[in-house]
Write a protein that binds this ligand. Structure first.
Ligand SMILES: [Fe+2]
Ligand SMILES: [Fe+2]
Length: 278
């Protein structure tokens, strides 16, 4: 098992422009839609795994869990800081965040610990595929530098810890039915909340969105983005198809070196590791 190393990201988001992804209001809103979900979602992942922490005896997996907690806690904190910038940019995000947290807390209160763990394992598979896409699709080249640093750091660590929740689930209850129930709930909640967040932000930026749509109809594409970035096909359909395989394991996707190669090609590197893990 590769080492899972928590690192502190030190980035000031104050100068991030309102349309930070390829100067596109639409691409920015779609990406901010999932950014809004991270703090509450990642703390849910930590709680779900932590419930079973004492039942894990494998020392390597126990160490990996500690690294996973350290990484997810820092991601949640960094995304909280960025989400605060959305408020200063004039977006009203608190109504959405309040509703999202109420609905997800209700789901958390009405599901078993095993299903919450299975949901976390599946959601981590989706985040690992998202992370892979951040590097393989070169979309981050079109992001404001602060956001490129945030999302490259986050994506690299998602790939590092992509198997932890899955391995905990296999150790606690390797039932295929439970794994697939978790996949169903993760797909519905991640897809539903992401769409809701993106639509909320698009609705608050309508004049800019309309301008972009008019430009696209005239044949323009914002900031060099690929013509289509099919998140539904690339993340959800591929993710579900892989996860349905009975012998699936997150490490079957050989993405371990993709972050380092991407960063090296751009003269970037990850922040140094912190000394305490959780
Ligand atoms: Fe994360
Ligand atoms: Fe994660």
């Amino acid at each position: 098992m590769s080492q899972i190393v928590p690192r502190d990201l030190d980035v000031d988001f104050a100068q991030v422009p309102r349309h930070w992804m390829a100067r596109s209001p639409i691409a920015t809103a779609i990406t901010n839609g999932v950014n809004l979900l991270f703090p509450h979602g990642e703390r849910f992942f930590v709680r779900s795994v932590n419930h079973f922490r004492d039942q894990i005896e494998d020392p390597a997996l126990r160490t990996a869990i500690k690294g996973f907690f350290g990484q997810e806690g820092r991601h949640a904190h960094a995304h909280d800081e960025f989400n605060a910038i959305l408020r200063t940019q004039g977006f009203e995000v608190d109504r959405f965040l309040g509703s999202y947290q109420r609905v997800s807390s209700w789901i958390e209160a009405h599901t078993s610990p095993a299903l919450r763990l299975a949901t976390t394992a599946a959601a981590e598979h989706f985040t690992a595929i998202l992370a892979e896409g951040a590097f393989s699709q070169d979309v981050l080249d079109h992001a404001a530098p602060e956001m490129r640093a945030l999302l490259a750091w986050h994506a690299a660590e998602e790939i590092e810890h992509k198997a932890v929740a899955f391995d905990v689930l296999q150790a606690i209850d390797p039932s295929y039915a439970l794994r697939i129930a978790g996949l169903a709930l993760a797909t519905a909640t991640l897809g539903g909340f992401w769409l809701w967040g993106a639509v909320t932000l698009l609705g608050q930026d309508l004049p800019a969105v309309r301008r972009e749509l008019r430009g696209r109809r005239a044949g323009g594409r914002p900031g060099g983005l690929p013509a289509r970035d099919p998140v539904i096909r690339r993340v959800f359909l591929r993710g579900i198809r892989q996860y349905l395989a009975r012998d699936f394991h997150p490490r079957h996707n050989a993405t371990e070196t993709i972050a380092a190669a991407w960063m090296a090609a751009r003269g970037m590197s990850l922040p140094g590791a912190t000394t305490e893990a959780a």
